[in-house]
Design a protein around this ligand. Structure first.
Ligand code: AHR
Length: 497
C-alpha cells in the first residue's frame, strides 16, 4: 500500500453541469453494430419488438442512454437517406465501401433509427452526408424529418408511416472531413460548411444544434479555422465543433495492439495514450476561449474509445473487439476528464454502442453479453446532468514506464440531481492498492460499486457473462476520516453521505 492520497472535493466551488449527452453513444452502419446487434427484423428467431432485439433494448434502457449518433462515421459521407425509406423489401442494396465491402440492404433507415431512439427515450444526432451528397439532398433530409407542412417530402414521410415530424436534436455537416469524409483542408471545409448550412432550414421550433466536423488527436487548426471563418449569419449556425480521438495501446495504426492477452507494458501504454485526451481537450479549449469567449460553441468529442487489432477470423472491416477491465479503466479516465471540462464538452459519443470497437454490448446471434465498459457507464449514471465539483488530489502516486508517467489515481465528483454527492475513482496501478483519504468534514459513509479483477484483461464472454461485474462497496468514517482502499486496476463510484 502506498502512503495515502488525500482527496478534497470543493463543494463550495461548483463547476459546470455535466451534460447527460457526455454519455452519448455512437451507432454506425459498420459490421454487426446495427444489423444483428440492434436490428434483426420482425421475422427473426431472435426475440424482438418490431425488429429490434429485446435483450439489447432492455440493456440499453437500463443504461439510460441519453443520445444516439447515426448513421456514421465514415459511412455517413456515403449515405443517401432516400435509400433507407419506403417498404423495406424494395429498398436499394448498396455496398458499404468503407466497412468490409458488404451489402447494406438499407432495412435500417431513418424511420427505424428514429423509432429506436424513441424506444430508448434518447435524443438524436444525425450526421449528414457532405462528402458525396449535395446541399439539396441534405436539406431535403432535414425537411423530410422536421416539416409539418403539406410539402411532398413531409407527405412522403407520412405515407411511410410517420405523421408527426421528428425532433432532430443535433445535426452534423460531414464527418472527419480531413480524412474519410473528403480529405479536405480546414479552409475548404469551412467554405463548404457555410455553403451547406445556408440551405439547412428547419421550422423555428425544430432547429437542431449544428455541428461542424473538426480535427482529431493533437490537431487544433480545424478548431481555429472554423471559429475564424464561419460567421453567425442566415441559417449558418455552428454551435459545436467535433473532435475524434481513439486510444491505441501502441499508438500505431499498423498494429494497434491486442484486446486480450496483451503484455503488461500495454496496460500502461493504453492508460498513457488515453490520458493524452486531456492535452487535446485543453489545447482546443484554449483556442475556443480566445475566439469564442462567451462559450457559445461546444467542443464535442463525438468519437472516442479503444481501437485494438480486429478479432482474428472476423472481417477486419467489422472492427469487432473484446472488451476487458482495461477498457473499463479507459472509460473511467475519459469520463472523469469530460466531467472536468464540462463547460465546453457538452457531448461525447463512445465508439461504438454494440459490437464495434469499445462496445457496451457484444452479441453472437441470439446471445448477448454486457462488457466492463457497459458496467462503468451504468455506475456513472448519477453524473448525468449533475453539477461538477472540482477535486484536488494530494500526494497521489505517479506510475512510470520508460520516459512516460501517469497518475495512479483519477477522480471526479459531482452533486447529482438527487441532491447527493458522488465520487468516481479509478486506480490505474495494475499492482498496488491505493489508500484514499477523503477530507471528510461531516461525511459518515461512502457506498456504491466497485469494478475490479485480478487479471488485467478480465472480461465477460457468452459462456461466462458475469465474470466481471460490479460489486457493492461500503465504508464508514472512523474518527472523522473516510478511508477508501481502492484495489489495483479498479473503478469505483460512491455516494457520499
Ligand atoms: O468508429 C469508426 C470510424 O472511426 C468512424 O467511422 C470514423 O469517423 C472514424 O475514423
Amino acid at each position: 500500500v502506498h502512503s495515502a492520497t488525500t482527496v478534497t472535493i470543493e463543494t463550495n466551488a461548483p463547476g459546470a453541469v455535466i451534460h447527460r449527452n457526455i454519455y452519448g453513444q455512437f451507432m454506425e452502419h459498420l459490421g454487426r453494430g446495427i444489423y444483428e446487434g440492434i436490428w434483426v427484423g420482425e421475422d427473426s428467431d431472435i426475440p424482438n419488438t418490431k425488429g429490434y432485439r429485446k435483450d439489447v433494448v432492455k440493456a440499453l434502457k437500463e443504461l439510460q442512454v441519453p443520445l444516439l449518433r447515426w448513421p456514421g462515421g465514415c459511412f455517413a459521407d456515403e449515405y443517401h437517406w432516400q435509400d433507407g425509406i419506403g417498404p423495406r423489401d424494395k429498398r436499394k442494396k448498396t455496398v458499404n465501401t468503407t466497412w468490409g465491402g458488404v451489402i447494406d440492404d438499407n432495412r435500417f433507415g431513418t424511420h427505424e433509427f428514429m423509432e429506436f431512439a424513441e424506444m430508448l427515450g434518447a435524443e438524436v444526432y444525425i450526421n449528414g452526408n457532405l462528402g458525396t451528397g449535395t446541399p439539396q439532398e441534405m436539406a431535403a433530409w432535414l425537411e423530410y424529418m422536421t416539416s409539418d407542412s403539406d410539402s411532398t417530402l413531409a407527405n412522403l414521410r407520412r405515407a411511410n408511416g410517420r405523421k408527426q415530424p421528428w425532433k432532430v436534436d443535433y445535426f452534423a455537416v460531414g464527418n472527419e472531413s480531413w480524412g474519410c469524409g473528403g480529405t479536405m483542408r480546414p479552409e475548404y471545409y469551412a467554405d463548404l460548411y457555410k455553403h451547406y448550412a445556408t440551405f439547412l432550414k428547419t421550422p423555428a421550433d425544430n432547429q437542431p444544434v449544428m455541428i461542424a466536423s473538426g480535427g482529431h488527436t493533437e490537431i487544433t487548426d480545424w478548431t481555429r479555422t472554423l471559429l475564424e471563418q464561419v460567421p453567425d449569419v442566415w441559417s449558418v449556425r455552428m454551435q459545436a465543433i467535433s473532435h475524434h480521438y481513439y486510444t491505441l495501446p501502441t499508438g500505431d495504426w499498423e498494429t494497434h495492439g491486442k484486446a486480450l492477452n496483451f503484455p503488461a507494458s500495454e496496460w500502461f501504454s493504453t492508460m498513457w495514450q488515453t490520458l493524452r485526451m486531456e492535452t487535446f481537450i485543453k489545447e482546443n479549449i484554449a483556442i475556443m476561449d480566445e475566439l469564442d469567449p462567451d462559450n457559445k460553441v461546444g467542443f464535442y468529442v463525438d468519437e472516442w474509445g479503444t481501437w485494438f487489432d480486429a478479432e482474428e477470423g472476423d472481417n477486419p472491416g467489422f472492427l469487432y473487439q473484446q472488451n476487458s477491465l482495461r477498457d473499463a479503466l479507459v472509460a473511467a479516465l475519459n469520463l472523469n476528464l469530460f466531467h472536468k471540462y464540462a463547460r465546453r464538452i457538452q457531448m461525447t459519443n463512445i465508439a461504438q454502442m454494440v459490437n464495434v470497437l469499445q462496445a457496451m454490448i457484444l452479441t453472437d446471434k441470439e446471445k448477448m453479453v454486457l462488457t466492463p465498459t457497459y458496467h462503468v457507464f451504468k455506475m456513472y449514471i448519477p453524473f448525468q446532468d449533475a453539477t461538477s465539483l472540482p477535486v484536488e488530489l494530494k500526494d497521489a502516486p505517479v506510475l512510470t514506464q520508460g520516459d512516460k508517467s501517469i497518475p495512479a489515481i483519477s477522480a471526479s465528483a459531482a452533486i447529482a440531481k438527487d441532491g447527493n454527492t458522488y465520487l468516481a475513482l479509478a486506480n490505474t496501478d495494475p499492482d498496488k492498492v491505493q489508500e484514499i483519504v477523503l477530507d471528510a468534514g461531516k461525511l459518515r459513509s461512502a457506498s456504491g460499486e466497485l469494478l475490479t479483477a485480478d487479471a488485467m484483461d478480465a472480461h465477460n464472454t457468452f459462456a461466462k457473462p458475469n465474470a466481471l461485474v460490479p460489486t457493492p462497496y461500503k465504508v464508514k468514517a472512523k474518527d472523522g476520516r473516510l478511508t477508501i482502499k481502492l484495489p489495483a486496476k479498479s473503478v469505483m463510484v460512491v455516494r457520499l453521505k
